[in-house]
Write a protein that binds this ligand. Structure first.
Ligand code: GRF
Length: 223
């Protein structure tokens, strides 16, 4: 079994919902072992049954390390194969990242390495970019700096605002995360020496999501 998923979420949980729906309709061969939040009032928690929920108010811990350790122990206790950040808005400290390294994933709403951090839609617009997108990457201690597994691209259109871009990108984010999680849950995805490894072979540039929700064939040569 490679499909035990622990989900970390801070907000509304639309990515979590897409995962739940895909599990329910049989298009993702995985199971959610727990949903974890740094915000006890996160809407994401309400999307799963009570026994699957874990939350603690990060502000009630003396420091980040204390909260991260409690979170890590709670996650680890459920023996997940993958720890999936889905709108988890709190920076994970190095000890947490190291504990789950190689099986800790995040989705970020930009074409990394562009626009790490916040306000990605506004920054893409301000830069005059012709396209925008989302990236699923392995998490490393440096924020949004881990190896990118796959990306979804959308064109930026005249009149776009940060809100319109975010709105148009969100369904592509859902499709992107699901496509990557299918690989992960099937035991086809790993990280080795800073490279994404797919079916035992390193890949040298991110996979690309096509319009049907499939990841494009893997380039086999270094760029
Ligand atoms: C998504 O845009 C994701 O890329 C970003 O936070 C948002 C989470 O949305 N990291 P949701 O909570 O899954 O609806």
């Amino acid at each position: 079994m490679s499909g035990r998923l622990a989900i970390l979420a801070s907000g509304r949980g639309s990515n979590l919902q897409a995962i739940l729906d895909a599990i329910a309709d049989g298009s993702l061969g995985a199971g959610i072992v727990g949903v974890f939040s740094d915000r006890p009032d996160a809407a994401a928690l309400q999307r799963v049954a009570g026994p699957l929920r874990w939350s603690a108010d990060a502000k009630s811990f003396p420091d980040r390390a204390g909260f991260d350790a409690a979170l890590a122990d709670a996650v680890d206790a459920l023996r997940p194969d993958w720890v999936v950040c889905a709108g988890y808005m709190r920076i994970l400290g190095a000890p947490f990242v190291e504990r789950f390294r190689g099986r800790l994933l995040n989705i970020h709403p930009s074409l990394l390495p562009k626009y790490r951090g916040l306000r990605t839609h506004a920054r893409a617009l301000a830069a005059g970019d012709a396209e925008h997108g989302a990236s699923v990457h392995f998490v490393v201690p440096e924020l949004d700096a881990g190896t990118v597994i796959a990306q979804a691209r959308i064109p930026i259109e005249p009149g776009d605002t940060p809100e319109s871009l975010a709105h148009r990108l969100l369904p592509r984010e859902h499709a992107l995360y699901l496509a990557v999680l299918r690989l992960a849950a099937a035991g086809r995805l790993a990280e080795r020496d800073g490279h994404v490894v797919l079916d035992g072979q390193p890949i040298f540039s991110p996979l690309l999501l096509d319009s049907t929700g499939k990841l494009l064939p893997v380039p086999t040569e270094p760029k």
